[in-house]
Design a protein around this ligand. Structure first.
Ligand code: GRF
Length: 201
C-alpha cells in the first residue's frame, strides 16, 4: 500500500473545508491523512472539528507577534508532526516568501473564485463575491491551487464553476461556491498527494 501523505491543515475559522478533507481522508484508498490542524485563532469551530475527529490541533496566535516568530511556531509544529503537505483552508494570514520557499510545492490553498480572476491581495471572503457580482460575471466558482510567493498566483490544480444568479447577494453566492469547495478540495488533495507520493517513492 502507498504511504499516506501526512497533511497539516491551517485554518482561521469554521473549518467546513477542513471537515470535507477529514471526511474524505477516512476512506482507506485516500492517499493523504489529516495529521494536524493549526489555527491562528482560539475557539474557532474548526478546532472542535479536529477534536471530534481525534486529530491533534494547535493554536498559534498571530496578534502582536512578529511574522517570522509566528511562522517559526507553525513550522516547528508541522515538523514535529512529520507533515509532508500543507492545506490552507480558510487560513486568513498571508505566508511569507521564506515560508513558502521552504515548503515549495507542498502548500495547497482553496480560493472561492475562478482564478486567475478575482484573486490577489484583498480578494478574500465576502470581498471576492462582492467583486464577482459587481463585475456582472455570469459564473464564479472555486479553485484549488499550489501556493507560490505571488498571492493566489500558483498553478491551479482543480476548478469548478457555479452560475451567478439574478438577485444573488455575496452571501447566497458564497454558499453556492462553498458547496463546490467541499467537492473539489478533497479531489485536488487526493490527486496532488498521489502525484507527490509517486515522485518521492
Ligand atoms: C472558504 O470560502 C475558502 O475558500 C476561503 O475561506 C473560506 C473558509 O471556509 N479561503 P471554511 O472555514 O472552510 O468553512
Amino acid at each position: 500500500m502507498v504511504k499516506k501523505l501526512k497533511t497539516g491543515v491551517l485554518i482561521s475559522g469554521g473549518g467546513s473545508n477542513l471537515q470535507a478533507l477529514i471526511d474524505a481522508a477516512t476512506d482507506d484508498s485516500f492517499p493523504a491523512q489529516i495529521s494536524c490542524v493549526i489555527s491562528n485563532k482560539a475557539g474557532v469551530y474548526g478546532l472542535s472539528r479536529a477534536e471530534q475527529a481525534g486529530i491533534p490541533s494547535f493554536v498559534v496566535p498571530h496578534k502582536g507577534i512578529e511574522r517570522d516568530v509566528f511562522e517559526k511556531s507553525i513550522d516547528d509544529l508541522l515538523q514535529q508532526n512529520g507533515i509532508d503537505i500543507i492545506c490552507l483552508a480558510g487560513f486568513m494570514r498571508i505566508l511569507s516568501a521564506d515560508f513558502i520557499t521552504k515548503w515549495q510545492g507542498r502548500i495547497l490553498n482553496i480560493h472561492p473564485a475562478l482564478l486567475p480572476k478575482f484573486g490577489g491581495k484583498g480578494m478574500y471572503g465576502h470581498h471576492v463575491h462582492e467583486a464577482v457580482i459587481e463585475s456582472g460575471e455570469q459564473e464564479s466558482g472555486a479553485s484549488v491551487h499550489v501556493v507560490t510567493a505571488g498571492c493566489d498566483e500558483g498553478p491551479v490544480i482543480l476548478q469548478k464553476a457555479v452560475p451567478v444568479l439574478d438577485g444573488d447577494t455575496p452571501e447566497t453566492l458564497a454558499a453556492r461556491v462553498l458547496e463546490v469547495e467541499h467537492d473539489i478540495y478533497p479531489h485536488a488533495l487526493s490527486q496532488y498527494a498521489a502525484l507527490m507520493s509517486r515522485k518521492t517513492s
